[in-house]
Write a new protein. Structure first.
Length: 157
């Protein structure tokens, strides 16, 4: 949907406490926002950094992307430190998590629910070559042998 056509070579580390599903959601989120300057943060290793970020020339965070179900304090901090914040919520608990949140005052926040992300694990391998396509809000991600279709649900923003 963004008319962005490029190849990106990424080195992605799986944190010891991270699931394959979360890692694949991080990769997907990177692909959805791919542009020069976008990079993976320390994520699970640090509460001070997002999973993915883009900084401007002065070092300020322009885009803060997190995956999972962050708490209200983390979201507030992200919204105060960045121009734009994107949260990709996933997993069975996401539908329970969302109604418990009140993010209405955060104008720079967009929350997207990614249903059926457990399927992404089937694309994971030690050395991956993934294709990502977005058309009319629908996402297709594949590895040449298998393709997965996701229909994201915009919860806010």
């Amino acid at each position: 949907d963004r008319n962005h056509y490029a190849s990106h070579s990424l080195t992605v580390a799986l944190h010891p406490s991270e699931t394959l599903e979360r890692m694949m959601v991080r990769i997907l989120a990177f692909g959805l926002h791919a542009e020069e300057g976008l990079c993976f943060g320390r994520g699970l290793s640090s509460d001070e950094e997002p999973a993915i970020q883009k900084r401007n020339l002065t070092g300020d965070i322009e885009l803060w992307i997190d995956v999972g179900l962050p708490d209200a304090r983390s979201v507030r901090k992200a919204c105060n430190r960045s121009d734009k914040v994107r949260i990709y919520a996933y997993g069975r608990a996401a539908r329970i998590w969302w109604p418990q949140q009140d993010f209405s005052r955060h104008e720079n926040l967009c929350v997207i629910l990614l249903p059926d992300t457990a399927e992404l694990e089937k694309l994971a391998s030690r050395s991956m070559n993934l294709d990502l396509s977005v058309q009319e809000g629908n996402i297709w991600i594949g590895n040449g042998q298998r393709s997965i279709h996701l229909e994201p649900i915009r919860l806010k923003g």
